[in-house]
Design a protein around this ligand. Sequence first.
Ligand SMILES: NC(=O)C1=CN([C@@H]2O[C@H](COP(=O)(O)OP(=O)(O)OC[C@H]3O[C@@H](n4cnc5c(N)ncnc54)[C@H](O)[C@@H]3O)[C@@H](O)[C@H]2O)[C@H](O)CC1
Ligand SMILES: [K+]
Length: 488
Amino acid sequence: MAHEILTVAQMYSVDRAAMQAGIPGSLLMERAGMAVAREAIILCGGRPRPVVILCGPGNNGGDGFVAARHLSAAGWRVRVGLLGDRVALRGDAAWAAECWTGCVDVASPDLLSGAGLVIDAMFGAGLNRPLEGQALALVQAMAQPGLPVLAVDVPSGIHGDNGVVLGAAPVADVTVSFFRPKPAHYLYPARGHVGRLVIADIGIPDTVLASIGPTIQTNDPTLWRAQFPRPAVTGHKYQRGHALILGGTVMTGAARLSARAALRLGAGLVTLACEPAAQLVYSLSMPSLIVQPITDAGGFSELLADPRRNAVLLGPGAGTGALLREAVLASLRAGKAGVLDADFFSSFAGALSTLRQAGLNDRWVLTPHEGEFARLFGPLTGSRLDRARHAAAESGAVVLLKGPDTVIAHPDGRVRVNHNAPPDLAIAGSGDVLSGLILALLAQGMDPFDAASTGAWLHGAAGQYCGRGLIAEDLPEAVPAVLKQNNL
Ligand SMILES: NC(=O)C1=CN([C@@H]2O[C@H](COP(=O)(O)OP(=O)(O)OC[C@H]3O[C@@H](n4cnc5c(N)ncnc54)[C@H](O)[C@@H]3O)[C@@H](O)[C@H]2O)[C@H](O)CC1
Ligand SMILES: [K+]
């Protein structure tokens, strides 16, 4: 299965490479339009409906003309509405329009009355400004209840790279795109407009990717399954890593959730260090947890001195006092791997250079949500993908930017977009479980970029497994079933 996501510019390069390899643009368009027609038939359960195809002035419109020809040949009643002048069509789009022998009306909202399906072929990769005028009116008209929409490439108004809605965009039932998906197919808000995504093969050979060098991927077990830690038959707990967590004194639930997740995902040992006042809460919560009372950062450093404690989690429920600050700096200096989360971001607001000097590097995973992200990195602009990538480059660490479309970025420029998280995961304590999952994988020696990707995916899968009504406590308990279900 292919995992590459291509930017709009990369997709144009792919088209050029395919054409240089001897595949004419008109053939690509023919296959693209055929795929659109095929998906329209599938969407309508094989029963013809009156279909309106809205064609724009570029090649997205060209795909629409091809689909019109195929649906008409299949016996469908097709009306084509064109935005702009037919004589202004160029290149492959002009060719596709010539091949369509039916009527071409001026695209207007009236065309949609009586339609059983609308195909949105107004703008795709070439969208370069917000929709206005007639295009905007058409998108608004497509929002009729009960009128299915099939979008070609992207719903018109969606920017292919950043997933931003420029002016307006229809909410499609199905979006048919070609060769590989674009960032907008996975990034919100665009993803809420895409519906079911179909990536059609239009005959572009995978070999063209060699010259493109894609850096964005969708997150999926095939990317990291081989690296997933499995216990050796003759192994013992000391070979499965020793995770160290700093637990807070007041908000003890957070670190307990992280610890529970780390234990469930196979960390050999989990030590939780806390002030004596909180020791009993932690000790009584989980018999398999080792609780170590410490009175100051010196006590935490003593725990770090044992090289078997190889992965550290700092932040969940830890408060914003000196203990967390000093524990973070000591852990970085000690050259451990680890996860920095939650209160870490308030404690080090705007202090990236201090962290880098202390040794922050790609053995560490930062797991901010949007608000925490801004605290450490400031108000960066661009898509979540761009911002996570920029933050990873700036910090030297793996950055996992949490959200419904969690993005995981490596400082070398690689990015993965996670897409299996249900909205049920937006609950208190959910992030603490995620950081515990990643911690367990780091303790077992997994590469931090893969550990972050795996943690995000397992977290999403556990959310799906528990379903509606889940609370954070359910997520670690779902881990064994999710591992079994996915043969991990
Ligand atoms: N391999 C492939 O991916 C293939 C893709 N195909 C299709 O081609 C389009 C991209 O075509 P392109 O001509 O470059 O761009 P568009 O058709 O999206 O639009 C360009 C056209 O629209 C004008 N424009 C842009 N934004 C606006 C706006 N907001 N309002 C009004 N007009 C606007 C712009 O000036 C141009 O005139 C891709 O999406 C696929 O659908 C091919 O079929 C081949 C294979
Ligand atoms: K479109």
